[in-house]
Design a protein around this ligand. Structure first.
Ligand SMILES: O=C(CO)[C@@H](O)[C@H](O)COP(=O)(O)O
Ligand SMILES: [Fe+2]
Length: 225
């Protein structure tokens, strides 16, 4: 799949979310929405009412990343509301298979997220249940953190597992993705790139998205996977 960019609105201006989403509408593929509950992660952001409001104004599909303690309860509601993709965390879900199937049944893409220290070996049997595997490349909870290179071997391993099973599962990296790090991620096998501070911290967010995309395209074209 051609590389896709999913700018995270965690680094946008929460008082003008609709305008900030519109800024990247012609350049990006998704809008990444970080839902945090101050339990699964030590930060509190936004929830279903804000997602419902964004769905009314966004021209791009929403890529909802649920960093919450009880995704089994809440994820189906994000899918039912109209999110294009809903990602739950492997560390938090108590009934991941049921929840992933419900997300799909509601018409959204189902994502499974893992923190930097969570291995992907052991998750092979879930690959058939998902449309996207999200690998955190920072500890979840905050934007603007430094990219963790230590996760790159896991990106390669995840790509191997996906390729080995010949499944159309997208591989998303999230955290610290920027002009300095995106090529290494693409070379390792990622094809969906979340970028918050690298996009909304730029003078021209749309131009930043286009540059990240062309870097990812060039790195993917030369990659072994
Ligand atoms: O899920 C998260 C953080 O927990 C991310 O989506 C960040 O919001 C990405 O921000 P940058 O690291 O790109 O600034
Ligand atoms: Fe995220």
């Amino acid at each position: 799949m051609a590389p896709q960019i999913s700018p995270s609105i965690l680094s946008a201006d929460f008082a003008r979310l609709a305008e900030d989403v519109a800024l990247i509408a012609d350049a990006a593929d998704w809008v990444h929405v970080d839902v945090m509950d101050n339990h699964f992660v030590p930060n509190l952001t936004l929830g279903l009412p804000v997602v419902e409001a964004l769905l009314k104004t966004s021209a791009l599909p929403l890529d909802c990343h649920l960093m919450i303690e009880d995704p089994d309860r809440w994820a189906p509601q994000y899918a039912e509301a109209g999110a294009g993709s809903v990602t739950i965390h492997a560390e938090a879900a108590k009934a991941p298979i049921r929840t992933l199937r419900t997300i799909r049944a509601e018409g959204a893409r189902a994502g499974l997220g893992v923190n930097p220290a969570t291995p992907v070996d052991g998750l092979e049997d879930l690959l058939g249940e998902i449309d996207m595997l999200l690998l955190m490349t920072v500890e979840p909870g905050f934007g603007g953190q430094r990219f963790l290179d230590v996760v790159l071997p896991k990106v390669r391993r995840a790509r191997e597992l996906i390729k080995g099973r010949d499944l159309p599962v997208w591989l998303q990296v999230d955290g610290g993705v920027s002009a300095e790090t995106i090529e290494r991620c693409a070379d390792a096998g990622a094809d969906v790139f979340v970028a918050g501070s690298a996009v909304y911290g730029a003078q021209d967010p749309a131009e930043a998205v286009r540059k990240l995309k062309s870097q990812a395209e060039a790195a993917t074209a030369g990659a072994a996977w």
